[in-house]
Design a protein around this ligand. Structure first.
Ligand code: ZN
Length: 240
C-alpha cells in the first residue's frame, strides 16, 4: 500500500494535476487529502470536483470551512478574505455543502490525518516549532500523524523528547512517533515554488517528500484574469 498525502491545494488546478500525475507514475494505490482544497487561487470548483471524484478520505481545512460558510470574514487578513469572498461566489450550494461536511480528523489504519494539529483542531493553530508539536503529540495515539496548514514540509519525531528532523525521506521506527507536515500542493511557503506532497509506503515504512513542477504561468494568468489580488500570483512564484 502506497499512499499519497496531499493538501493545501488552494484552487491551483495545474499543481493538483501535476501532483496526481506524479503519484500515479510512482505506483500510489491510495490517496488522502489534507484539506484546504479551495481559497487563494483561481480554480476552486474544478479542484473540488477533482478531489471529490477521487472519493478519497478528505479532511477539512480552515479555507474549506470559511468558503462553505456565510459568516463575515472581516477579521481575516484582507488578501485571504478577498479570495474567499470570490471563492464563495464560484462554488455551487452542493459544493459548499460538500465542504461543510468534511471531518476535522480521521484515523486511517495506523495513521491519523488533521489539517492543523490534534491539539484543538478547530482552532487552526499553526505548528511552527517543536513546542507546538509537543502539544499535538499529547493527543496523537497512532505512530504517524500527517498534517498541513503552514504550507511548510516538516518532520517532528517524538522519542523521550521531541525533535525536528530535516529529511527528504524517513523510515518509521517502532520506538518513535511522527508528526509530519506534507507541505502544500498549490501554495508552498518554504521558498520553493514546486508543489509538495508526501508518499507513505506502508510495507517499507518509508515516507518520502516529493517536489513537482507544474505550469505556474498558466496558474498566474488565471489568478490575474479572475481579478484576484495580484500578490497571489507573485507569492506562488516565490514560494511564500
Ligand atoms: Zn492552507
Amino acid at each position: 500500500m502506497r499512499i499519497a498525502l496531499f493538501g493545501d491545494i488552494h484552487a491551483n488546478l495545474e499543481a493538483l494535476e501535476a501532483v496526481l500525475d506524479d503519484a500515479s507514475q510512482l505506483g500510489v494505490t491510495d490517496y488522502v487529502c489534507m484539506g484546504d482544497v479551495v481559497g487563494y487561487n483561481a480554480d476552486p470548483s474544478a479542484c473540488l470536483e477533482r478531489v471529490r471524484e477521487m472519493n478519497c478520505p478528505t479532511i477539512m481545512g480552515n479555507h474549506d470551512k470559511d468558503a462553505s460558510a456565510t459568516y463575515s470574514l472581516e477579521t481575516m487578513n484582507p488578501v485571504a478574505a478577498a479570495a474567499l469572498e470570490w471563492t464563495r461566489e464560484q462554488l455551487s450550494d452542493d459544493q459548499r455543502k460538500w465542504l461543510s461536511k468534511l471531518r476535522m480528523v480521521r484515523q486511517i489504519s495506523d495513521y491519523t490525518v488533521v489539517h492543523s494539529t490534534l491539539d484543538q483542531p478547530g482552532n487552526w493553530n499553526y505548528v511552527s516549532n517543536r513546542f507546538d508539536a509537543m502539544s499535538n503529540f499529547s493527543y496523537q495515539f497512532t505512530p504517524v500523524c500527517f498534517h498541513g496548514h503552514t504550507h511548510v514540509p516538516r518532520v517532528y519525531m517524538k522519542t523521550d523528547k521531541v525533535t525536528e528532523v530535516a529529511a527528504e525521506s524517513i523510515i518509521v521506527e517502532d520506538f518513535a512517533k511522527y508528526f509530519i507536515n506534507v507541505g502544500s500542493v498549490g501554495q508552498p511557503r518554504d521558498g520553493d515554488w514546486r508543489s509538495c506532497y508526501a508518499i507513505y509506503d506502508m510495507a517499507e515504512r518509508r515516507i518520502v517528500f516529493r517536489r513537482v513542477e507544474y505550469d505556474i504561468e498558466k496558474t498566474q494568468a488565471k489568478i490575474i484574469a479572475a481579478g484576484l489580488p495580484p500578490m497571489l500570483a507573485e507569492r506562488i512564484q516565490e514560494g511564500r
